[in-house]
Ligand binder design. Structure first.
Ligand code: HEC
Ligand code: HEC
Length: 336
């Protein structure tokens, strides 16, 4: 009950419309988070409360920019409008980035707007904000990103920039609540315990078969695995990322209610289920693992045998709902 109330308070603090003094707002914001079991910011961390969409109207920016930001926000929370064009699963951006991309410890997406361009280990070159967004389209949405420079891409970047309003470019301080920080990995992970805990705490919304809930073509609860979920190349297939996401955000509305062991066991269980192929697949799972193991798959279950039945994970050519493997936007850069 206490947690539920704090969660509501946090939502209110994030969207706070009162004219509270900035320091006071920050204090309230941090208090709501610590009441929910999140750590308080360290002395050197940058704390930013991104504006909510309800603040857009009063912002002193050009009305046309407001219209574009609004469009970006709409694409972020209803990404399914691009289904069959850019999105080939049942996800919204907001399925993994809670609070419209503003929630701390739920990989708030605005930090990308102030830290890019920068080098990214996942693809080994310097990425722009557009390319970072394109990455989530290619892997998390099992899709094909909108063209660079297109109206939809501009709208999404404008929304990200706006959420980061007031934060200096390339901040020197680490950003409080960035990513999905994972609790320490317990000594042993158990598939059986993970399955039990998933069925008890998660299946009511996500289904015991992980397919979530779709109604009239709308996603009510996203799929945690299977064809309607993210593909094998998505960041959340790394077991520690899934554990961090789950501990901090699930069950919905009850962050930090699972023990660290439960969060990791469930992450291990979910990560041991099938999903659409990694777009970087070379035609052979062992070869793909060798190529992308060092930068990525050493943290996932891809190419490993499932503990329960020995099934070799990722050994298939299923691309889910899309009729192609690799979007043409996924390419190296050389600057030569
Ligand atoms: C299946 C879950 C999932 C979905 C859906 C998803 N993302 Fe992500 N996103 C992630 C993960 C995982 C990360 C990496 C977080 C980390 O650093 O640990 C990430 C990171 C990001 C970042 C970088 C944040 C930073 O700190 O720099 C941006 C920007 C982003 N996503 C945008 C989007 C957009 C836009 C969409 C919709 C088109 C989207 N994401 C959909 C899982 C998802
Ligand atoms: C009350 C319903 C509900 C419960 C219970 C619940 N979730 Fe979720 N979950 C959601 C919703 C809704 C989202 C998408 C976020 C949003 O739209 O606000 C989500 C998103 C997710 C995602 C990211 C998107 C995806 O489908 O991969 C994962 C992973 C996830 N939940 C795992 C879990 C786990 C593990 C549990 C149990 C510990 C759990 N959820 C319990 C409703 C629920």
């Amino acid at each position: 009950m206490m947690r539920k109330l704090s969660y509501l308070a946090l939502t209110a603090a994030i969207g706070c419309s009162a004219m509270a003094h900035a320091d006071e707002r920050t204090e309230q914001f941090i208090q709501s988070l610590t009441e929910l079991g999140f750590p308080a910011p360290k002395a050197n961390e940058l704390v930013h409360i991104p504006p909510g969409i309800d603040k857009l109207e009063e912002a002193e920016i050009h009305p046309e920019l407001k219209r574009v930001i609004r469009r970006g926000h709409d694409l972020f929370i209803n990404t399914q409008q691009l289904r069959g064009k850019n999105v080939f699963n049942g996800m919204q951006c907001s399925s993994c980035h809670l609070g419209d991309g503003r929630m701390p410890f739920s990989a708030p997406t605005w930090p990308a707007a102030v830290t890019l361009p920068d080098f990214r280990g996942k693809n080994g070159h310097v990425n722009s904000l557009e390319e970072r967004i394109a990455g989530c389209f290619s892997f998390s949405m099992n899709g094909k990103p909108p063209e660079y420079g297109s109206d939809d891409m501009l709208a999404l970047t404008a929304y990200h920039r706006w959420m980061a309003s007031g934060v200096p470019m390339y901040p020197k301080q680490p950003i409080y609540g960035r990513g999905y920080p994972a609790p320490e990995r317990p000594k042993e992970l158990s598939y059986a315990r993970g399955k039990d805990a998933f069925e008890q705490n998660c299946a009511i919304c996500h289904g015991a078969d992980g397919s979530g809930l779709q109604r009239d073509g709308k996603t009510i609860f996203p799929a945690t695995w299977g064809d309607l979920s993210n593909n094998w190349g998505a960041g959340i297939v790394r077991v520690f990322t899934a554990a961090g996401f789950i501990k901090n955000n699930m069950p919905l509305g009850q962050p930090n209610s699972l023990s660290d062991q439960e969060a990791w066991d469930i992450a291990y269980y979910i990560s041991s289920q099938e999903r659409p192929q990694d777009p970087r697949y070379t035609g052979d799972v062992a070869d793909t693992l060798e190529r992308y193991g060092p930068t990525f798959h050493r943290h996932s279950m891809y190419g490993q045998k499932r503990e329960s039945d020995g099934h070799l994970l990722g050994d298939h050519a299923n691309t889910g709902e899309k009729g192609f493997l690799k979007p043409d936007t996924l390419r190296p850069r050389t600057f030569e």
